[in-house]
Write a protein that binds this ligand. Structure first.
Ligand code: CP
Length: 308
């Protein structure tokens, strides 16, 4: 785990294939090993300037289950940020109270900024529409567990590919594993050009379309995402794409899909995935969310240098 000890986790780009595989392996061991005192005496600062259910609670649960302690906030209105304190000053102060910071913030580049200021590890729990690297670790873990491999898969990314930070991070990671990628979105929510260019430079076969029609039969994985209403500057633009995709069991089976297709979603969902999918073998999104716990235990243990 040399790539993780005392390291910031800011962008998936900072990790090579070997490091990605090593954190998946550690998450597997975390599921199987009693590690209750591993982080005894360590303190996690959990700083969430944007809403979260899964990321915040799985990090906090992971820290407590490893014997550590948690300080922080889920709503920055209760902090001195509401009095005008800058993020830089806040993290400079909080650094003195903890061993590691997990930060979610609405500004792209905020995690990098924090890590440039403090001398303890910073984990990016989502910076605006940019990246969400620890979500990618658990997405890879889920794909590996449910498909049996990460190599050579055909993956369809569906929904809000412009603002969906989990898509950006996962696409970069899957590039290591020879994935062919289909990016399916409304024209206004296409994958950022720089992401596509970088993927093509890395010899990834990338395709873009507005519909799953004609593609669905080829996919091993669909990575579905919510249209991120909160990131639209103009509500009229959101209304134009609201509800544009609504996956259901019937729709997918009528279009034709592989029997062993797996559907992931970082959650929360709004209306893009019908409940009828939940009980099918395609749906692995609830399992994916549960995988957040062993993965975040692995991340905290590896970064704080307490490997089982
Ligand atoms: N997947 C994810 O980031 O969910 P939360 O916003 O609930 O943390």
């Amino acid at each position: 785990m040399t790539g993780f000890k005392q390291k910031d986790i800011i962008s998936i780009r900072h990790f090579n294939k070997e490091e990605l595989l090593s954190i998946l392996d550690l998450a597997q061991r975390m599921e199987q090993t009693d590690s209750a005192d591993l982080l005894k005496g360590k303190v996690l600062a959990s700083l969430f300037f944007e809403p979260s259910t899964r990321t915040r609670l799985s990090f906090e649960s992971a820290m407590k289950r490893l014997g550590g302690m948690v300080i922080g906030f889920a709503e920055s209105g209760s902090t001195s940020a509401s009095k005008g304190e800058s993020l830089s000053d806040s993290v400079r102060i909080i650094e003195g109270y903890c061993d590691i910071i997990v930060l979610r913030h609405y500004l792209e580049g905020s995690a990098q900024l924090a890590s440039d200021i403090v001398n303890i590890p910073v984990i990016n729990a989502g910076d605006g529409a940019n990246q969400h690297p620890t979500q990618t670790f658990l997405d890879l873990y889920t794909i590996q567990k449910t498909k049996g491999t990460l190599e050579g898969l055909t993956v369809g990314f569906l929904g809000d590919l412009k603002y969906g930070r989990t898509v950006h991070s996962l696409a970069y990671a899957l590039a290591y594993f020879g994935a062919e990628m289909f990016f399916i979105s409304p024209p206004s929510l296409r994958m950022p050009r720089d992401c596509i260019d970088e993927l093509r430079d890395r010899k990834v076969k990338c395709h873009e379309s507005e519909s799953l029609m004609g593609i669905s039969k080829r996919l091993d994985v669909i990575y579905c995402t919510r249209i991120q209403k909160e990131r639209f500057a103009d509500p009229v633009e959101y209304e134009k794409v609201r509800g544009v995709y609504r996956l259901s069991k019937t729709l997918l089976e009528e279009m034709g899909i592989k029997e062993d297709l797996k559907i992931l979603h970082p959650l929360p969902r709004v209306d893009e995935m019908d409940d009828s999918l939940d009980t099918t073998n395609y749906a692995v999104y609830f399992q994916q969310a549960r995988n957040g716990l062993p993965m975040r235990k692995a991340i905290l243990a590896a970064v704080l240098g307490a490997i089982v």
